[in-house]
Ligand binder design. Structure first.
Ligand code: DO4
Ligand code: MG
Length: 285
């Protein structure tokens, strides 16, 4: 089951349930005007099941504008959760290679703040590359959708846009490499009613196009993530409350070759098998 936020006309955000037919069922017509109360409910899947049987307006998915499903949640991200990411970080950062090596093995994971909800970029809206960076990449990541009780209630797609030259120059520059205008896209759907072991069977694909040609493609599997989702969420929720819930990106396992950097007008397409496709053009910010 997949939830989304969408618009038919500007300025009116609606909540939808994506049906197997490929249509979007309008849950706002049943009085649901935000995702958060749904994500807090104790019987989410059975509620959605009941709603799916109601006679509500439905639209072809291609006829609506999909928005990010992030409403008021802070977005956080875990790093160095895949061996591929650990190697890439150690190669790009001469001064801090040891830090990345140690965090991969340590009990405490790397978790960093990524975005305020109002700064999150919706599907098909541009993601940014910093004008003061030379080496920019997308990071395609499975994102956990967590309610205020710390329960993982769904999964979506996140893009942790990153400036590798800034990150590699000095580990203290990490926030500048990670947090800037349009550096985080999330969406389009939240898949619910799936266990961690089912989500671990999903694959993640990244395709980057330039002038219509594919200039990079890569694939990984969610099962390559070294840590359990529960472990990551438990660390995030240690000594911190999230009254609006949170979204946690789980790290990247796809790293383009070192001679690759994004350019303005590139197209980034991230697919996760159990969720869908998050597409974003690239702009310089
Ligand atoms: O420590 C740098 C960030 C790593 C990261 O974002 C990732 O592994 O996805
Ligand atoms: Mg990342």
């Amino acid at each position: 089951m997949k939830l989304c936020r969408f618009q038919l006309t500007p300025n009116k955000v609606q909540i939808g349930l994506v049906l197997d037919s490929g249509e979007v069922l309008n849950l706002t017509a049943a009085g649901i005007d935000a995702l958060q109360p749904l994500l807090e409910s104790h019987d989410l899947v059975s509620r959605l099941d009941a709603l799916s049987k109601q006679s509500l307006p439905r639209y072809a998915i291609g006829s609506v504008s999909l928005l990010t499903p992030v409403e008021r949640q802070e977005v956080w991200a875990a790093g160095v959760t895949y061996l591929r990411s650990k190697k890439a970080r150690m190669e790009e950062s001469i001064s801090s290679a040891n830090a990345y090596d140690r965090v991969y093995e340590a009990e405490r994971p790397e978790i960093f703040f990524k975005s305020l909800p109002e700064k999150v970029v919706s599907p098909n809206e541009p993601v940014g590359i910093r004008r003061d960076a030379r080496w920019n990449v997308p990071e395609p990541e499975l994102a956990l959708v967590i309610n205020s009780r710390g329960e993982i209630v769904g999964y979506t797609i996140g893009n942790d846009m990153s400036s590798r030259d800034i990150e590699g120059e000095n580990v203290l520059y990490l926030p500048q490499a990670k947090i800037y205008e349009r550096s985080c896209a999330v969406g389009p759907f939240i898949t619910v009613g799936v266990t961690e072991s089912e989500a671990r069977e999903w694959s993640i694909n990244l395709e980057i196009r330039r002038a219509g040609e594919i200039v990079f493609s890569g694939q990984t599997s969610v099962k390559q993530i070294k840590r359990s989702f529960r472990e990551l969420v438990d660390f995030l929720f240690r000594s911190q409350r999230f009254s609006n819930g949170a979204v946690l990106l789980t790290g990247t396992g796809i790293v383009p070759p070192d001679n690759f950097t994004l350019q303005e007008k590139d197209g980034v397409q991230i697919s996760i098998s159990g969720i869908g496709v998050l597409s974003s053009p690239v702009v310089v910010v």
